[in-house]
Each structure stands twice: as C-alpha cells, then as structure tokens.
Write a protein that binds this ligand. Sequence first.
Ligand SMILES: [Zn+2]
Length: 265
Amino acid sequence: MPVFTDWPEGPSCYPCRSMTLIADLVSLHHVDSQARALRSRLEGAQRHRTIQERQGAQLQTRMDEVRTQIRHHQSSAANHEAESGSVDARIESLRQQLNASTNPRQYSAILAEMKTLQTKRDEIDELALAQMQKAEELQTKLVDIEQQATERAKIIDVANAEFETCRAEVADRLASLEQERIAAASRVPRSELEAFTRAADLYDGEAMAELVTIDMRRREYVCGACNMELPAEKYALLVSNPNVAVTCTSCQRILFLPQVATAHS
Ligand SMILES: [Zn+2]
C-alpha cells in the first residue's frame, strides 16, 4: 500500500489540499489520455506516410535494377550484332575469293570455310535475338513498375497532405495538453505517478479503472477495465481514504469510484 510520508515535493499531506490524490490522478488521466490519443493519431499518420514512402523507394530501386538489366541485354545484343557483322564481312570476302577461284581444291576449302562461318553467324544472330527479346520483356515489366510508381507517388502525396493536416490540427492542442499534463503530474507524488505512467504505457493511456459495484449487500466489486473481481477491502479503502492509490489486483490500473470521475470529467 502506498505511504505518503516520503513525498519528494509538494504538500506534506493531502488533507491540507483542496483536491484528493484520486481526484488529482483522475485529472491527470483526463489530460494524459487525450494527449496520448492525439499523439497516437499523429504517429499513425506519420507511420502511414513512412510505409508509403518506403514502398515508393522500393519501386524506385526495382525500376533502377530493371533499367540496368535492360541496358546490359541491349549492350550484349549490340556486341553480338557487331560480331555477326564481322563474320558476315569475312563470308563476303570468301565469296569473292570463291568466284575468282579456278582451283577445285581451293574452291572446296573456301566453300567449307564459308559454311562453317555461316553456321557460326547464325548462332551469333540467335544469341543477339535472345538478348533483344530479354530486353523487350524487361521493357514491358518496366512499364508496369513505372505505372505502379506513378500510382504510389499519388498515394505518397495524399499521405503527406494528411500528415501535414493532422499535424496542423493537433499541434496546438497537443502542446497545451502537454502543459496541462505537466501541471497535473506535478500534483501527484512520485511513486503514484510512476504507477500511473506504468499502467498508462501498458494500456495505451488507460491507466485508471472505475471500481464497479456489482452487489453492495454481498460486497461484490469488479475492476471496470479488466472485469476481474476485487476484494471488498479495496472498496473500503477507497471510500475511507481518497488519498490512497488503490490498484486492481489483476491489471494494476489505479482504481477510482464513479463519483470521482463525474466530479472531474
Ligand atoms: Zn483490472
């Protein structure tokens, strides 16, 4: 059970103050949860923008890769074509020698070399064709990726605009809530503030829970957040001393009675 004899700052006892610890915690919860919700909204818009930008960058990388591959295949095809051209020139030269040849043995030798070179040229032409086909296939793929990148760029623009709008909308309110939170937090003793922050971090800002009375006669109570049964002593303690931070046995949220929330909402 928290003891309030070692408060680091502020008044030495809560009864000297106009507000109780529980009321101060509820006030803190009020501003803290609003600030967290706004921050979460802003972070959500920022996260969405970051995801879209990352996908845009991935598309850009893929485009660069495909363009490099296309250039590689085009260059390879050009090399094969040049090689085919020089083989062709050699064949043409042999053809002239063939026409001028009068020696049957020489004629046969030239003819055989020409046939070998023609086979070689055909093979080179096929290689050149295969490289050009690959380049064309990649060109089709590139057009598809470019379209995706164009669409993604539009989505990024929208995400950017949404983020800027969100920031403009929440910036002022968030700044004033942060100030209110500092003021509200300064009224809460350190150990209770730590318990509050721990629960707020754990439950996305929902650091406090209402103690719900199920049956007063049978002394049945539950935590309004996690619905777990609470010992009757928790209720008794809250009713008798509003300057004690009573936590839920199960979820560790700080408990309050409904009338406190109504008074300070
Ligand atoms: Zn609970």
